[in-house]
Design a protein around this ligand. Structure first.
Ligand code: VG1
Ligand code: CO
Length: 542
């Protein structure tokens, strides 16, 4: 039986950088998830009889919301739902399933790199038929709908069995529970030289992947241990758990420190990687060398043709504005297009669909390509292993050779988390107000060349996205960027991105924070971070 339930709007159901993210107790309020899901459906057209893909990263509350979403899809007229077994689909795997089976779209349940548990984070995101996050036009429509919603539709039926692969029927709609791993593994095998990677591992290169108790465990185990022959146990924290085993599933030098320390120890593995909650981010570490995500994008682009899926070369590179310009130098050398977008994967979709860009990346440990429309953690790891196998060099050798050829972009991000919202807004407003007077100002040896609030003009659909981050550009190519996070669930998070280009190979061995010290001081000088936020130091430095 289909029920129509009366409801009233909730404040603040505005999708951020990547969907709606809130604490579980917020999501658990009666009708909260239902309102948002109905608002998604109300903002779409023409899905009657079509297929919807549903899956999530397995975090606390995943199964409950999946039951609701399936019953609401049935009540709203979808013809079929494809859902990962156990409610599991990594974000890149969901993107692939949407594309492969020509679904109308998908609902991805995740709060990505934020912790999970009864008092931690949850999230809902809608992806369109190209497999990518809904563009702003749709997320704006969803938000507008959440403000006026008065009813939602749901099938009044028993819970669906999510654990058995196969099909069942819910109020006339087919529900197919699929193996969440198989399609993804097939795609990876079509892109990379598994034979060469297998030989690399058989030859003694020791590879470990830390899945951080989150969704990539089953994917990484199947690929690394079963298909590529790495010994059992090479994938750590491989069972997806509702609270990620207490891990903070953010693959960076703070939260994946154990893995980092292990790779750096003399007797440790040669190559280590970690993924985030929903499997779209990656951290890559080689012995003696942490690879910054911005460099990782540049190095993958420069070496792309070693992988069978990219042997014909790449059409272009896209990066988010705060990501370092390391990839720009590769694009220049290859004579291909370079695109600079706002933060968030939804801005890459048009460029990928139009064939303008083949690989994309963000400084926040996100790398991907036109194989799906999300960033893809394991894809990046496999790309690196393919490069190691082809070049027969270590990670450190490859990175240093890259810097020698292109120069090094020293880069760091300083995050100030859970800052008072008014203080953070005040800091950004102050910077915005001072934009016109910044050019020409000096700080030590630095001179401001230009300053602006980044606006993106999408070259494909002509849409304009304003206020995407304050940039202070110095003479010589160094810069500092300020923006507020759109994924947090408590207070505001200020992100400060700092970059300096160093062409001289003799100066490529400096500690990053030291190499950037004057720019970090300049950021403090221009933004008054300490006095405005009351923070002496960043919460996280990556
Ligand atoms: C952050 C990152 C951004 C990324 C987004 C979603 O956004 O900075 O690069 O695309 O998270 O990633 P923000 O607005 O907090 O800076 V995920 O892996 O959280 O879906
Ligand atoms: Co993520």
């Amino acid at each position: 039986m289909i029920k129509t339930v009366a409801t009233t709007p909730f404040d603040g159901q505005k999708p951020g950088t990547s969907g709606l993210r809130k604490k579980v107790p917020v999501f658990a309020q009666p009708n909260y998830a239902e309102n948002f899901i109905q608002s998604i459906f109300d903002s779409l057209e023409g899905f009657a009889g079509e297929t919807l893909v549903i899956g999530g990263d397995g975090r606390y509350f995943n199964r409950e919301v999946i039951q609701i979403a399936i019953k609401m899809a049935a009540a709203n007229g979808f013809g079929k739902v494809m859902v990962g077994q156990g409610g599991i689909l990594s974000t890149p795997a969901a993107s692939n399933v949407i594309r492969k089976y020509k679904a109308f779209g998908g609902i991805v349940l995740s709060a990505s790199h934020n912790p999970g548990g009864p008092n931690e984070d949850f999230g809902i995101k809608y992806n369109i038929g190209n497999g990518g996050p809904a563009p702003e036009k749709i997320t704006d429509a969803i938000y507008a709908r959440t403000k006026v919603i008065d009813t939602y539709k749901i099938a009044d039926v028993a819970d669906i069995d999510l654990d058995k692969v196969g099909t069942q029927t819910v109020e006339g709609m087919t529900v197919e529970v699929i193996d969440p791993v198989a399609d993804y593994v097939e795609l990876m095998e079509s892109l990379f030289d598994f034979g060469a990677i297998r030989a690399l591992i058989a030859g003694g290169t020791r590879v470990v992947i830390d899945s951080m108790g989150a969704v990539t465990g089953p994917y990484a185990t199947e690929i690394l241990e079963k298909r590529l022959g790495a010994p059992a146990g090479s994938v750590r924290n491989s069972t997806p758990l509702p609270d990620f085993g207490g891990h903070h599933p953010d693959p960076n030098l703070v939260h994946a420190k154990e893995l980092y320390d292990d790779v750096m120890s003399p007797e440790g593995p040669d190559f280590g990687a970690a993924s985030d909650g929903d499997g779209d981010r990656n951290m890559v570490v080689g012995k003696g060398m942490f690879v910054t995500p911005s460099d990782s994008l540049a190095i993958i682009a420069a070496n792309a043709t070693v992988a069978p899926g990219y042997s014909q070369g790449i059409a272009g590179i896209a990066r988010s504005m705060p990501t370092s310009a390391a990839a720009d130098r590769v694009a220049e050398k290859l004579g291909i297009g370079m695109y600079e977008t706002p933060t968030g994967w939804k801005f890459f979709g048009n460029l990928l669909d139009a064939g303008k860009a083949t690989v994309c990346g963000e400084e926040s440990f996100g790398t991907g390509s036109d194989h799906v429309r999300e960033k893809d953690g394991l894809w990046a790891v496999l790309f690196w292993l393919n490069i190691l196998a082809a070049r027969k060099q270590s990670v450190a050798q490859i990175v240093k050779a890259h810097w020698a050829e292109y120069g090094r972009n020293y880069y760091s991000r300083h995050d100030y988390e859970e800052v008072d919202t008014d203080a953070a807004n005040g800091l950004m407003a102050h910077l915005r107000d001072s934009l016109a007077s910044l050019p020409g100002q000096t700080f030590g040896a630095l001179e401001v060349e230009a300053a602006d609030d980044f606006a993106y003009h999408d070259p494909i659909d002509g849409s304009v996205s304003k206020n995407q981050g304050i940039r202070i550009l110095f003479k010589g190519g160094s810069r500092v960027v300020f923006r507020l996070s759109g994924t947090g669930t408590a207070g505001a998070t200020l992100r400060v991105y700092v970059e300096r280009y160093e062409p001289d190979a003799a100066r490529h061995g400096i500690d990053t924070q030291e190499a950037l010290a004057d720019l970090i001081a300049a950021a403090e000088h221009f933004a008054q971070i300490k006095t405005r936020t009351g923070r002496e130091t960043p919460t996280v430095i990556t």
